[in-house]
Design a protein around this ligand. Structure first.
Ligand code: SPV
Ligand code: MG
Length: 562
C-alpha cells in the first residue's frame, strides 16, 4: 500500500462539504476511541495531555518533546489525522520551525499555534493575567512555520486569543485576517463566551479566505449545524474525553472502595475482552499463528503415569513408576524440567496406581482409576479436556535429553513421533531387545547410514508406515520412544479417530490390543495411518531411556548425570 501522509488526508477533509469534527485526546487509547467513534480526526490537546501525563495545569509546563511523545504514540495507534495543539509554538519563530518539522516526522497532519505570550495560560483559567504577542510577531511565526514545512500538505492553523483576552471583536478580526495573509492554512478563533453569538459575528465578518476553526467548550449548547451555518469548517471537541475519564474513574473507585468487591463496578466498566479487542490482541493472535516459529504457540503436555508393572516390584511398592528416583530426581521431575525448559508450562498428568503419592505442584491431575483393566490410550484420553491446541504426549517412564524435545517441537507436521534409530544397532549388538517391549517403527524411507555406520538423521521428515510391538523386526527401522507432538489439526484428528474407533471396536480387538479399552497410543496411531493420515517421525540416535525393568532402572542410575 502506498504511504500517504496524514496531512494529505486532512487536506482532503477540508475539501469535503460540511464541517470537520475532531476530538481532543490525551493519549493513544483515547485517540483510538475517537477514531472508533467515527470522528474525522484527533486534537492532541495541551490541556488534556497536561492533565493526564503529569496532572498539572495547562500553562506551558509540558515542553515540546513531552507533548510530541504523546502525539507520536497517538499517530502510531490511529489512522486518522492529528491536529497538534502546539500552544505558542514553544518559543519564538525559530522554535516554531523545529516544532513543525518534529510534527511532520511524527506523522501529525497540522499544528495549531496561538498568539498568547509564552508561557501560555489555558484560555479558561479565570484569575490569571492574559497578554497576547503583537500581531506582527505571530505573523512572523506563521511565515516561519510555512517556510519550514517539508510535507506539502502539512497545515498551519493560526489561533487568536483576542476574544479570550477581552480585546474585542475588531481585534480578533484584524488578527485572523493578518494571520491568513501571513500564510496560515486556517484560523482558529477562540472564545470563552457562554453563547456562540460573539464568535458567530466574527466568523460572519471574516473574509473567509481560509477556513475557520472553533472550540465550543464554553458555548457547549451550540450544534454543529449552527456553527457550520456561521461559516465554521472545523469543530474541535477539545476536552470531553479526559473529563469523561475523570468522572468514570472516580465513580468506579467510589463503588469499589465502598463494596470491596471489584465486580461491584462491573456494570460501569468495559470487560477485559473489550480492552483486548481495542488494543489489537486478535490481530496479534493472528500474527502469532502466521509468523512465529513452530513451537512458539501454547502447547499442553499430557503425561500418562497410571500403570502398574509387576516386574518392577518391590521398587514400586509404595509409589508409581514415574516417582522412581534416579540420582536425586524422580523420572517425573526430570520430565517436567525438560518440558518447562522448552517453555511449556501447561502439564497434565494421568495418575492411577498409587495416585496419592504424586503431588508435584503446577500440574493438572486426571485419574484413571481403571488403570488395571485399561491401556495407555485410555489413560491419555482421561485428560481429553486438555487436548485443545498443540499437544505433547509422553509416556511417564521415559527420561530424555531436552534437545530431543526441542527437535520435536520444531516439526511442522500435524503428527510427529520421536523414533530412535539406535534400536537397530543395539539390537544387533546385544542380540536381544534393549527394552522388554519396544514399540517398533517401520518408516517410509529407509534411513541411510554414514561411513561410520551411524544413522544419518534425515533433515526431511520421514513418515511412519507401521508402529507397534508386533512390527516384524526385519521391517523395523527404529523404536518409538513414547514422545509425540500433535498440532491443533493433528490433535483434532486423533480425537476423532479415538471416538470413531471406540464405537467401532467397542467389543473387539483394536490393532495389537485384545480390546479397545486395553489399546495403546500406538494402536491409535496405526489406525490413523491406515486411514491415510500422515504421521511424521523425528529421528534421534540415543539420548533417552525407558524404565521398564529393574535392569533398566540400574542402567538409568549408571548413565544419568546428577
Ligand atoms: C486545548 O485543548 O488544550 C486547547 C483548547 O487549547 S482549550 O482548552 O479550549 O483552550
Ligand atoms: Mg491548548
Amino acid at each position: 500500500m502506498r504511504f500517504m501522509h496524514q496531512a494529505t488526508k486532512l487536506r482532503a477533509l477540508f475539501k469535503r462539504p460540511g464541517a470537520i469534527k475532531i476530538v481532543g485526546a490525551h493519549d493513544a487509547l483515547s485517540a483510538k476511541l475517537i477514531e472508533r467513534a467515527g470522528f474525522d480526526g484527533v486534537w492532541a490537546s495541551g490541556f488534556a495531555i497536561s492533565a493526564s501525563l503529569k496532572c498539572i495545569p495547562d500553562a506551558s509546563f509540558i515542553d515540546s518533546s513531552e507533548q510530541l511523545g504523546v502525539e507520536r504514540r497517538m499517530a502510531e495507534a490511529i489512522n486518522i489525522p492529528i491536529v497538534a495543539d502546539c500552544d505558542t509554538g514553544y518559543g519564538n519563530a525559530l522554535n516554531v520551525m523545529r516544532t513543525v518539522n518534529d510534527r511532520e516526522r511524527a506523522g501529525v497532519a497540522a499544528i495549531c499555534i496561538e498568539d498568547n505570550v509564552y508561557p501560555k495560560r489555558c484560555s479558561f483559567y479565570a484569575g490569571v493575567r492574559r497578554e497576547l504577542i503583537p500581531i506582527e510577531e505571530h505573523c512572523g511565526k506563521i511565515k516561519a512555520a510555512k517556510a519550514a514545512q517539508t510535507v506539502p500538505d502539512f497545515m498551519i492553523i493560526a489561533r487568536t486569543e483576542a476574544l479570550i483576552a477581552g480585546w474585542g471583536r475588531e481585534e480578533a478580526l484584524q488578527r485572523v485576517e493578518a494571520y491568513a495573509e501571513a500564510g496560515a492554512d486556517a484560523v482558529l478563533i477562540h472564545s470563552k463566551s457562554k453563547t456562540f453569538d460573539e464568535l458567530k459575528s466574527v466568523c460572519k465578518a471574516f473574509s473567509g479566505r481560509v477556513p475557520i476553526v472553533v472550540v465550543p467548550t464554553i458555548f457547549d449548547q451550540t450544534t454543529a449545524k449552527e456553527m457550520e451555518e456561521a461559516g465554521v469548517k472545523m469543530i474541535i471537541y477539545a476536552n470531553q474525553p479526559v473529563r469523561a475519564a475523570i468522572r468514570s474513574i472516580r465513580e468506579t473507585l467510589e463503588i469499589i472502595k465502598k463494596d470491596t468487591r471489584p465486580g461491584a463496578a462491573n456494570d460501569r466498566i468495559v470487560t477485559l475482552p473489550e480492552v483486548y479487542e481495542i488494543v489489537g490482541v486478535p490481530q496479534m493472535e493472528q500474527d502469532e499463528k502466521q509468523f512465529l516459529p513452530v513451537g512458539g504457540e501454547k502447547i499442553t503436555a499430557i503425561i500418562t503415569a497410571a500403570g502398574f508393572e509387576k516386574q518392577l516390584l518391590p521398587l514400586i511398592e509404595d509409589k508409581p513408576k514415574c516417582l522412581l528416583d534416579i540420582k536425586g530426581k524422580t523420572i517425573l521431575e526430570r520430565q517436567v524440567a525438560a518440558i518447562n525448559d522448552c517453555n511449556i508450562k501447561d502439564i497434565a498428568l494421568v495418575r492411577g496406581y498409587k495416585k496419592e503419592a504424586i503431588d508435584l505442584p503446577n500440574i493438572k491431575y486426571y485419574d484413571n482409576d481403571r488403570y488395571e483393566e485399561t491401556g495407555d490410550l485410555f489413560s491419555f484420553f482421561c485428560a481429553e479436556n486438555e487436548m485443545k491446541g498443540r499437544t505433547l504426549f509422553l509416556y511417564g517412564d521415559i527420561v530424555f535429553e531436552t534437545a530431543i524435545l526441542e527437535k520435536l517441537l520444531k516439526s511442522p507436521a500435524d503428527i510427529t513421533l520421536v523414533v530412535d534409530l539406535a534400536w537397530h544397532d543395539e539390537h544387533k549388538r546385544s542380540g536381544a531387545h534393549p527394552h522388554l517391549k519396544p514399540d517398533l517403527v517401520s518408516l517410509k524411507h529407509r534411513p541411510t547410514t554414514n561411513t561410520a555406520g551411524r544413522y544419518v538423521t534425515p533433515e526431511e521428515h520421514n513418515q511412519i508406515v507401521k508402529i507397534g510391538q508386533h512390527v516384524p523386526e526385519d521391517e523395523a527401522h527404529g523404536e518409538f520412544i513414547g514422545l509425540a507432538m500433535l498440532s491443533e489439526k493433528g490433535t483434532e484428528a486423533l480425537k476423532r479417530a479415538y471416538h470413531d474407533a471406540s464405537k467401532k471396536f467397542a467389543s473387539k480387538g483394536f490393532h495389537e490390543a485384545g480390546s479397545f479399552k486395553k489399546a495403546s497410543f500406538t494402536d491409535l496411531i496405526q489406525e490413523l495411518i491406515d486411514h491415510g493420515q500422515e504421521v511424521s517421525c523425528v529421528s534421534i540416535y540415543k539420548g533417552w531411556m525407558e524404565v521398564d525393568s529393574f535392569e533398566e532402572y540400574q542402567q538409568a542410575w549408571a548413565k544419568l548425570r546428577q
